[in-house]
Design a protein around this ligand. Structure first.
Ligand SMILES: Cc1cc2nc3c(=O)[nH]c(=O)nc-3n(C[C@H](O)[C@H](O)[C@H](O)COP(=O)(O)O)c2cc1C
Length: 364
């Protein structure tokens, strides 16, 4: 199957099938956010109407700390989806990524489905996207082409080896990945974001990425869209029992998003992605160290309908986020980053086993 057709198949599966991580045995989502409780401030001493939700990420202003995560482009049928996302991002003053631009490197006729994002969002923080495997194939020159295609403000390099190991056609040669990332960081003039796509980033990997010179880490943790899950449906439809078996076994594999934010918090901004479903998830992410969040799946169906539906969904995120800021007495995003919270349950245990002192969030 061509890269281009696979893009449409992914979009349709994400719109119509249950592709999220399963809840755990306590019926909790796997992001870990349900184990995080922000400490309520009964006397916030701020005016809700004066709350400032704006922030700066990699030198760009965001009206609130949310990005539309990398999703699509690469097939003529995806152009309208990208246009809807871009119009909404432009109007609300947030940033957005495009999906993997590999298809357009293979077939320049497909560039249009990506370029629409810059056309519809001339002022937004827009970031490009390629997989680490394409660095090997197309080199820094390919990355530059992807940047120019959409006049990108930053470039995201995605890591998706969980998905690749399940796909029969997957690219499972991960050798030289770090060297290739290091080379792109050195040679590209715009910031490089390295992003996982649903299995999370550990402290050890984050340390290597920081050393390689990345400008931000998008943790893409467990708890939202499961790409192993997506591959289960594809394998089933194609009668590939091994892919279906592996996808089911590894459906919830990886590091929960909240844990990964804490693990990745070193010297560069951290973006929390993977199961960000409410503005409260955004508030919790920032309070544990993220600089911004990104969301993908909740916007798929709205984007298929049009920009207005995307805007409505994003406005819910904003209203929820602002309510959380008010109830923690946070007049600004910087205040929110010091809001008190308690981490319990499986997430607390996981972090303690990994050597993180969670009590510092509760008593600051
Ligand atoms: C339809 C769809 C397509 C995606 N395509 C890409 C892609 O091309 N490149 C990429 O880096 N991530 C891609 N992602 C992953 C998202 O950027 C994000 O990391 C992941 O879906 C977790 O966020 P969520 O739980 O909010 O969906 C895609 C996600 C969706 C839902």
């Amino acid at each position: 199957m061509s890269t281009s057709n696979r893009k449409v198949e992914h979009l349709e599966l994400c719109a119509n099938r249950d592709v999220e991580s399963h809840r755990d045995e306590h019926n909790l989502k796997r992001t870990g956010f349900e184990d995080i409780t922000m400490v309520h401030n009964a006397l916030p001493e701020i005016n809700f109407k004066e709350i400032n939700t704006s922030t700066v990420l990699l030198g760009h202003n965001l009206a609130f700390p949310l990005l539309i995560a990398s999703m699509t482009g690469g097939h003529p049928g995806t152009k309208q989806v990208n246009e809807s996302l871009a119009i909404a991002a432009q109007e609300l003053g947030i940033g957005l990524g495009v999906g993997s631009q590999r298809a357009a490197l293979e077939d320049p006729d497909l560039q249009d489905s990506f370029r629409i994002v810059r056309d519809a969002a001339p002022d937004a923080f827009v970031f490009g996207n390629l997989g680490v495997a394409q660095l090997k194939e197309y080199g820094v020159e390919g990355v530059r082409q992807a940047v120019d295609m959409i006049d990108a403000n930053a470039m995201a390099i995605h890591l998706n080896f969980l998905q690749e190991v399940i796909q029969p056609e997957g690219d499972t040669d991960a050798t030289d990945g770090l060297e290739l990332i290091e080379e792109v960081c050195r040679k590209l003039k715009i910031p490089v974001i390295v992003k996982e796509t649903g299995a999370g980033i550990s402290r050890e990997v984050a340390q290597k990425l920081c050393k390689a010179g990345v400008s931000a880490i998008d943790v893409g943790g467990v708890g939202g869209t499961s790409w192993a899950g997506v591959e289960v449906y594809r394998a089933h439809d194609k009668d590939e029992p091994m892919g279906e078996h592996l996808g089911n076994l590894f459906w919830d594999w990886g590091i929960p998003t909240s844990v990964s934010v804490i693990e990745s918090n070193l010297s560069v901004p951290v973006i929390a992605t993977g199961g960000i479903r409410t503005g409260l998830d955004i508030a919790k992410s920032l309070a544990i160290g993220a600089s911004a969040c990104a969301t993908a799946l909740p916007l798929v169906r709205p984007a298929m309908k049009g920009p207005q539906d995307v805007k409505v969904k994003l406005e819910y995120f904003l209203a929820e986020f602002k309510a959380a800021m008010f109830l923690t007495g946070s007049a600004t995003v910087s205040d929110l980053m010091y809001a008190q919270l308690v981490i319990t349950g499986r997430t607390g245990e996981y972090l303690k086993e990994r050597g993180f002192d969670t009590s510092r969030f509760a008593r600051r």
